[in-house]
Design a protein around this ligand. Structure first.
Ligand code: HEC
Length: 103
């Protein structure tokens, strides 16, 4: 009887541990928390693009051309008030094309 009880307790513990582990895994949701990947222009993008939203906004877009990414960066600046220096725009656009661009 005692043995059955401790076996049940062991099973419960195992289920709890599995549950906790599984729960932890399911909380990590890569699509929402994609970090910017290292590459040329990385620091400029971190400095200019992470204050309002995550990098997922970039990686979940369809692949854009250089012209489209430039329009996107200008939109962030003009429409949403992102404080992006004009001198940084080309470095940012080149980075975005490398990360998620098309010819
Ligand atoms: C001042 C805040 C701010 C900054 C800084 C900012 N964004 Fe945004 N961004 C926004 C807002 C607001 C939206 C629209 C959010 C929504 O529709 O849910 C957005 C949306 C986007 C989208 C989704 C497509 C779209 O046009 O709505 C992309 C891609 C994007 N931003 C890229 C960037 C990049 C790249 C940078 C850095 C150059 C940047 N953002 C910096 C505010 C900002």
């Amino acid at each position: 009887m005692k043995r059955a009880t401790s076996l049940a307790a062991l099973c419960a513990l195992a289920v709890l541990t599995l549950g906790a582990t599984f729960g932890k895994v399911s909380i990590v949701w890569p699509a929402v928390d994609l970090p910017f990947r290292p590459g040329p222009g990385f620091e400029t993008v971190i400095a200019n693009c992470t204050t309002c939203h995550s990098a997922a906004y970039v990686y979940t877009q369809p692949r854009l051309t250089q012209v489209q990414w430039k329009a996107e960066v200008i939109k962030m600046k003009a429409a949403y008030g992102a404080p992006i220096a004009d001198a940084d725009i080309d470095a940012i656009v080149n980075y975005l094309v490398l990360q998620n661009g098309k010819p």
